[in-house]
Design a protein around this ligand. Structure first.
Ligand SMILES: [Zn+2]
Length: 181
């Protein structure tokens, strides 16, 4: 029988960190925190091509309220990416490595596996019509202006503003749900 968290299926952080040559000192400098992987997830959005976006039930409910309020103000928001498992994050990082990116480059754009908010089921990469997903120009959209003014009333906060202590690039599209900031 396969148990959840079977190391053969979900590698532990230590082996993943070793794989990418990441040590504890570097993690501490970057102020990166390991998060548990969400176990309880619901479908928050289904794309026209059938792709499902998963979030924790609480995040999905808060997101629905936010989307409706935005719509009432004439702003259309959708999910471009939500829950992503630790193993999927590792695959993405391996892919970037194979494409010749340096560790430094990879981990200013992506969190090391085990350290991404996306596997908590509480983080959303937000999209809006007319703006390609996850580009810095999202900052100039009415959607970003609306989120900056109203997202916190729904419990959503921008995770990586400019000059964030974790050393990630500015991600105007990435918002996380938390009851407290
Ligand atoms: Zn993100």
């Amino acid at each position: 029988m396969i148990e959840p968290g079977n190391p053969a299926l979900v590698p532990d952080s230590t082996s993943l960190l070793n794989e990418f040559g990441i040590d504890r000192k570097w993690l501490a400098e970057r102020q990166l925190i390991p998060y548990p992987e969400a176990a309880d997830l619901v479908v928050a959005q289904i794309d026209p091509d059938g792709r499902e976006h998963l979030l924790t039930p609480q995040t999905a409910a808060a997101w629905e309220g936010l989307v409706q309020a935005a719509e009432a103000d004439g702003i259309v928001l959708h999910i471009t990416s939500a829950f992503r498992s630790v193993s999927r994050q590792a695959e993405i990082c391996r892919h970037k490595q194979a494409a010749g990116q340096s560790t430094e480059e990879i981990f200013t754009q992506s969190a090391p596996p085990g350290f991404s908010e996306h596997h908590t089921g509480c983080a959303i990469d937000v999209g809006t019509p007319g703006c390609p997903p996850c580009i810095p120009e999202f900052e100039t959209t009415p959607a970003f202006a609306w989120l900056s003014a109203h997202a916190s009333s729904f419990g959503f906060h921008l995770s990586f503003p400019r000059n964030n202590p974790q050393g990630f690039v500015f991600e105007p599209w990435h918002w996380r749900f938390a009851l407290t900031p």
